[in-house]
Write a protein that binds this ligand. Sequence first.
Ligand code: M6R
Length: 615
Amino acid sequence: MCGIMGCVGKSGRKSVIEVILDGLEKQEYRGYDSAGVALRCADGVKNIKIVGRVSELVKRVEECASECAGTQSGIGHTRWATHGAVTVTNAHPHESCDGMVTLVHNGIIENSREIRARLEADGIKFVTETDTESPCQLLARIYSGDARSAMSELCRSLVGAFALVIMFRDRPNEIWCARTASPLVVAADGSASYCASDPTALLDYTHDLFFIEEGEMAELTPNGVRFFDFDGTSHGKSPIHLDWDSVMTDKGRYDHFMRKEIEEQPDVLRLTVDTHTSLTNVDMGKSIGLPADMMKNIRRLQFVACGTSHYATLVARDIIESLDNSLDIRADVASEYRYRNVPGGADTLAVFVSQSGETADTLAAARLARSLGTNCIAVTNVRGSTIDREVEHTILSLAGPEIGVAATKTFTGQITILTLLALYLLKEKGSLSASDEARLIGGLRSLPAKLQAILEDEPHIRALAKKHSGSKGFFFIGRRESVPLTMEGALKLKEIAYLPSEAYPAGEMKHGPIAMLDEKLTVVALVPGGDLSDKTLSNVEECRARSAPIIILTTEDNDDARDFGDDVISVPRTEREFFPFVGLIPLQLFAYHIARELGRDIDKPRNLAKSVTVE
Ligand code: M6R
């Protein structure tokens, strides 16, 4: 929630203003209600803020170019509103009433009201409705020439989540940062120092990044970065090397990042399988670093995640159950797990899945599990993210940076990693036969080519999307291995097309949802060939009898299914457990093209942000 950028010094190829605006553009997926920059120019700090997108801010900054000449440092922000309406006044950066402090913030200051009341009683005039103005005014009140001790006192007075980036009026060559809960990464290249919420905003300058820890502050100058604890003690720190290519964060020839990222899925799958298998063997021992005998003793397996990542865990649960039903498996959304009386301990393995590695609920759930002595593994796409640093054992999903707010290729990365983890776990427990291992790894290896073939069916899916874009809503139905996919298909339509769409296990339709069906509500039925096909087709028949238009998504071997749909999408046959891999792309493309038809903002859907760093 919210993207932050800061730069001080002389960045090689770009001006400080370009660095900040580029960084905001790259992080706009984090929030896009309003945006602003504070630039230290020859005659003081110029604060420019707008309601709207970063592109609007760029225009405003261009209009002010003459006033901003020679900018040597600056900070910027793109906002996802939490406290206070979307207005220019509430947009960041905020300035203290005496002009001494200019500050941007990501997070929520929980004691902002108390701070505000105290300062207002002392005569300080607040001008915004935000929680952020409180630390800004408070810091100005505390500061008397010693930035380190003022920052230290400020950070120790705040309750809640914050990544703060700050300029002091009388310290032109410094930017100060601090963090609790919300992500913040800094870097230096010898002539300038930078900070951002997301590492992708810094990759044009360096790949060696310092991830700010909980309770850590940093001082950025053109010569480098110094790190401190909240008590003001300085300490050293080593960078983490991130080998993402900055080209990966470029939209290239595509109209939308989402479309580009959909197309990258065969490569993500291939790379992940190649990384963790050799011919017919899965080996994740080195990547996880968990002692093998510990794996043998696991009785309980808990998957914990949010949103699309949660649906990925449901795919893994099905795969494990299909091979070994002796494990006690649960898959919870993190916002529930963290408040429940969950079991834990040495015989429990909890797997926390988060693309960003910054989702507040998933992090809190992992902290809870660790406090119970549960063995924990994180699966994340971002090396150096909070979850990567906090959880002892991390497996990286190898999807590369995902910019579109709607998760696509990272879902494929997650289900691939989780499938391999499932096989590895069962193998270590002695409940995966060599023939099943070879069969399933062979199945995984055959998937990239199948995904490629499905991508070529895009014109057909686009035509279906056009035909159904006028529907008042969608029901996605399926059974067993298809159920997680019904959820993901429905979520994609909600988030990028803003259409009512629900997912139901097909057998549940008669228990209520079927009452909603009529000729304006489209049913998308996921009916791969196999043991449950006939049962699902009976449910489809019941929907047809209520006049609902039907789209059947099936596998090429399932001839029976074709007659049941007004429209049919056919995908290659797979191992029964792997239907989610091949069923996914048509659903992503379907949502994408409906959203296009409806003129939606596909990469930055309204009200959403890619990283949900507050509860
Ligand atoms: O970064 P995470 O995987 O922890 O994020 C979890 C959800 O916020 C995320 O999957 C969200 O549901 C996606 N935008 C859906 O496309």
